[in-house]
Design a protein around this ligand. Structure first.
Ligand SMILES: Nc1ncnc2c1ncn2[C@@H]1O[C@H](COP(=O)(O)OP(=O)(O)OP(=O)(O)O)[C@@H](O)[C@H]1O
Ligand SMILES: [Mg+2]
Length: 502
């Protein structure tokens, strides 16, 4: 091209215009985005322009010709300057476009990370599956801008999908029809959007729900108001246990990355589902155990009551009859020898002692004061007896106005108190025991405090501390609380709180 221009320069009296075509060479360099080519072509153009001065037969006025060619060379290098500037601008724009794209990608990626993190954090802390799913639906809908989110669960038959009734709806009125149709849906594997997800355990996407032949919920467009749909599985291991579905009002296609993120959220929710189901099963088991314990406790209590009655009525009766018979015998004996007299006295003594033992056994099995005078009097009686037997001083403070708990709750408190006293005599080495009774609007509280060697955390929490565990269980039967605390210089305190009940 340069030689053609030089050749033209030789043929025509072009003046300044003779050097101008070399500008095209520089523009070629710019088009090729090559600085080297621009410089090479500019140097070539300049050399040929100068060469033209010497070679062209038309340079009659040499001063004008030299001036013209000087101007041409200057124009050439001016073009080089502008081309280079332009190139720099182009490169800068390219760089900033790249930067913008990278920023956008980072922003999108951090959005996904934030979404997964928020869902992971919240679902981990949430107490129920419903709460976790509701939050996830709302978060995903807000993130994608899709107005409808819903959960299908797989039934116990492992075949049918049924709507779990957990929704996110941006506009309840608008999607009412779709919600109604969904509520009635029961889907088999492969059927509809959730059925497809269930069948192969993978995310599925339907661009146009209306024209899709396998979307049973599609009605006339104004009926369901949804255009595109995305479903992804909730997995426990490799088992699909539910399907989350999302719908948009316009036709949109989700990105591959979004589908990937949805899949990982599905695995996360699967874990939560597994955990909450295990917790539900554990809770059910605990309730059963507690009911069993309650039943056992009431049988034990009934048995004590029955034995107390039997011992008191039968054995007591027999001993009293024996006493009467003996005094009759004493009266009808004509002449008493001193030895017989002593023997009769001894028998009276023995009978009297046995009557006392029977009374004591019957009282210990079931103190009548508990049934007749109530819990505070029963505690007072038991504490005083304990003081007489062990020498540990007993103090009672009753701050309740009139503690009229029902007999079953009173029995629970009484039995816990007996267990406390047994522990004090066995482990505390205490010289005093203080019992405080008080109440709030809902509960009665008893605090048993000794001044002994105290209890440590290990003893409180040990799985072998069955006595303490039994006290806790007894209190929890009534929805109450049980706490034990203490230390070497402060003795041991047992505190129980029992709701008053209706
Ligand atoms: N009042 C107390 N003072 C000091 N230590 C105590 C007191 N009460 C309980 N402990 C400690 O707590 C442990 C657990 O008490 P817990 O009543 O559960 O079991 P236990 O009395 O050893 O046996 P049991 O099952 O017969 O009641 C005791 O072994 C004892 O070390
Ligand atoms: Mg004990």
């Amino acid at each position: 091209m340069a030689f053609t221009f030089l050749y033209l320069d030789m043929l025509l009296p072009l003046g300044i215009a003779g050097g101008m075509p070399y500008i095209a060479l520089i523009l070629v360099g710019m088009w090729a985005i090559s600085r080297k080519l621009i410089f090479f072509n500019a140097i070539l153009g300049s050399v040929f322009t100068i060469a033209g001065f010497f070679l062209s037969p038309f340079n009659t006025d040499e001063t004008v010709a030299a001036f013209n060619r000087g101007l041409t060379v200057a124009t050439l290098w001016l073009t080089v300057y502008f081309s280079l500037m332009n190139l720099r601008l182009l490169e800068e724009k390219e760089r900033s476009d790249l930067l913008e794209k990278a920023n956008k990608q980072i922003e999108e990626e951090s959005g996904y990370v934030e979404l997964s993190r928020d869902i992971a954090l919240f679902t981990n802390l949430s107490r129920s599956l419903g709460e976790a799913i509701e939050y996830s639906l709302r978060k995903i809908c807000n993130f994608t801008g899709w107005p409808v989110g819903h959960l299908f669960l797989i039934g116990e038959d492992n075949k049918t999908l049924y709507p779990a009734g957990i929704w996110y709806l941006e506009n309840e009125k608008k999607f009412k029809n779709f919600q109604e149709v969904t509520k009635k849906s029961r889907l088999e594997p492969g059927e509809g959007l959730p059925g497809r997800v269930m069948a192969d355990g993978k995310s599925h996407f339907i661009f146009d729900l209306q024209s899709d032949l396998n979307f049973p919920r599609a009605g006339k467009p104004d009926q369901i108001e949804v255009a595109s749909g995305l479903g992804f599985p909730i997995m426990i291991g490799d088992r699909t246990v539910g399907v989350m579905e999302f719908f948009s009002s316009d036709h949109v296609k989700p990105s591959e990355r979004l589908m990937e993120v949805m899949d990982s959220i599905g695995v996360l929710l699967g874990r939560i589902l597994e955990r909450t189901r295990a917790e539900e099963a554990k809770e059910k088991h605990n309730i059963h155990l507690r009911q069993l314990y309650k039943r056992l406790d009431s049988i034990r209590e009934e048995e004590s009551r029955r034995m107390a009655r039997e011992v008191h009525d039968n054995l007591g009766q027999v001993l009293t009859s024996l006493k009467i018979e003996l005094s009759l015998l004493e009266n009808i004996l004509p002449e008493k020898k001193p030895a017989v007299d002593d023997s009769i006295k001894m028998m009276f003594n023995l009978i009297e002692k046995n009557i006392e033992v029977v009374r004591k056994i019957s009282r210990e099995l079931r103190p009548p004061v508990l049934d007749s005078l109530g819990i505070v009097e029963a505690i007072n009686w038991q504490g005083t007896t304990f003081q007489e037997k062990t020498g540990v001083k007993f103090f009672l403070t009753d701050k309740t106005s009139k503690c009229n708990l029902d007999i079953k709750r009173s029995t629970t408190i009484f039995r816990i108190f007996q267990e406390c006293l047994t522990n004090i005599v066995r482990h505390a080495e205490a010289s005093e025991v203080h019992v405080d009774f008080y109440e709030d609007s809902e509960s009665v509280i008893m605090q048993v405090r000794d001044n002994g060697q105290g209890i440590n955390g290990h003893e409180v929490n040990s799985i072998t501390s069955l006595g303490l565990l039994g006290m806790k269980e007894r209190a929890e039967i009534w929805g109450g609380d049980f706490t034990v605390f203490g230390g070497s210089s402060q003795g041991t305190t047992v505190k129980i709180k029992i709701p008053k009940g209706s």
